[in-house]
Design a protein around this ligand. Structure first.
Ligand code: NAD
Length: 360
């Protein structure tokens, strides 16, 4: 089969890590008989330099014409780069918000997995780290508190700020369906996080999630209050599989889940819409401090490409091949600088790509 992939190398380490992900995808294509056709798309600072804006309409059209988009990262040094002297809507990050909105990406997925070989980097107690964990945070991305009505004004002589948290049942249902579908590809468990003891929006959330669960009898559902979830993530993360939650809770919990897994250079992510389409990117930023030195860790981007194979193209076997190759490389003691430890062999970005591609 042939698959059309929009490629956004972006800024900083973006082009370096996307190059390695493409190397690994091409190895998958060769082994399993697929053709990946790439279309380059400009976004972020590089687009500002060329066209005066972070994302052109033409770039959006190219993304829409693709089956999926693989992205590096965008942005520069926010203190020194001239991009940050521009008005906010012209800065690199505006491109990110525009592409998410234009493509209707409402579901954000961030896996957090503790590799046996990287346990030393895990900040949790040894006995908790020893049990390991493998979870996927599924965060609603286009509703809730960050998109509700907000204002600050004087009421009865007192300055008052108001933010509104609202969800309708359709917004909840579509992300719940995604969570149950994806749980079916994993350990078949959804933990839905809310604050149903206090918030109306959470009570509706819980009701709709229960309704959706009725269509997935083979998937186990548990509800958990967000304060308890924040504790359980550091106390006993092993039972978490798919973690379904609304926008703000997901924002906070996904960073907590990322932190306990060790290096930012290992964490992939995906943003999906109602079709199979998705935008796949590493969780980290453009790391301008190490850009152009061939020392960045490309694994997060390579694992994002694996997510693309699994969730957009339904190529599970091929995604497994990439994930297993990453595990083998770590087992062989091969490391980029950010995850380096005693007795391991330090490699460059491109050597890491070669090692993983060679094991696919
Ligand atoms: P960052 O994630 O780029 O860097 C934080 C630290 O992690 C740095 O020390 C960096 O060297 C390191 N790091 C990150 N990725 C790494 C990798 N793959 N390998 C090795 N080390 C890695 O965060 P920041 O410095 O806060 O942001 C830099 C720029 O990235 C900013 O312009 C920011 O807006 C942008 N950003 C973009 C995205 C995106 O494109 N989705 C996300 C976050 C930040």
């Amino acid at each position: 089969m042939s698959y059309k992939i929009g490629c956004i190398p972006g800024d900083g380490i973006g082009p370096e890590v996307v190059r390695e992900a493409r190397k690994v995808l091409d190895a998958v294509g060769k082994k399993y008989g697929h053709e990946f056709i790439y279309t380059e798309i400009d976004m972020g600072g590089c687009s500002i330099d060329k066209y005066g804006e972070p994302l052109t309409d033409e770039a959006i059209e190219k993304a829409k014409a693709s089956d999926a988009v693989l992205m590096g990262s965008i942005g520069g040094n926010t203190s020194t780069s001239p991009w940050y002297k521009l008005p906010p809507e012209k800065r690199p990050e505006a491109g990110l918000l525009k592409i998410r909105k234009s493509l209707g990406l409402f579901a954000n997925l961030r896996p957090s997995y503790l590799y046996e070989e990287l346990k030393d980097a895990c900040p949790l107690r040894a006995e908790v780290a020893d049990a390991g964990f493998d979870m996927l945070i599924m965060r609603e991305l286009t509703g809730g508190l960050y998109f509700g009505e907000r204002y600050t004004k004087e009421i009865d002589g007192v300055m008052t700020a108001v933010d509104t948290l609202s969800y309708n049942e359709n917004e909840i249902r579509r992300i719940a369906v995604k969570a149950f579908e994806i749980a079916g590809k994993r350990r078949k468990k959804v933990i839905s996080i809310d604050k149903a003891n206090v918030l109306d929006s959470s009570r509706l959330w819980r009701k709709v999630v229960n309704e959706v669960a009725g269509d997935y009898p083979d998937i186990e559902l548990e509800h958990m209050l967000v304060d308890n979830a924040a504790m359980q993530l550091v106390k006993n993360p092993a039972p978490f599989d798919v973690v379904l939650t609304e926008n703000m809770f997901g924002d906070i919990l996904s960073d907590e889940a990322a932190e306990i897994s060790g290096s930012i250079g290992m964490l992939s992510s995906a943003s999906l819409n109602e079709t199979k389409f998705g935008l796949y990117e590493p969780s980290g930023g453009s790391a301008p401090d190490i850009a152009g030195k061939n020392i960045a860790n490309p694994i997060a981007t390579i694992l994002s490409a694996a997510m693309m194979l699994r969730f957009t193209f339904d190529l599970d076997k091929e995604a497994d091949a990439i994930e297993n190759a990453v595990r083998e490389v770590l087992k062989a003691g091969i490391r980029t600088g950010d995850i380096m430890s005693d007795g391991c062999r330090k490699v460059s970005t491109s050597e890491m790509g070669d090692e993983i591609a060679g094991r696919v």
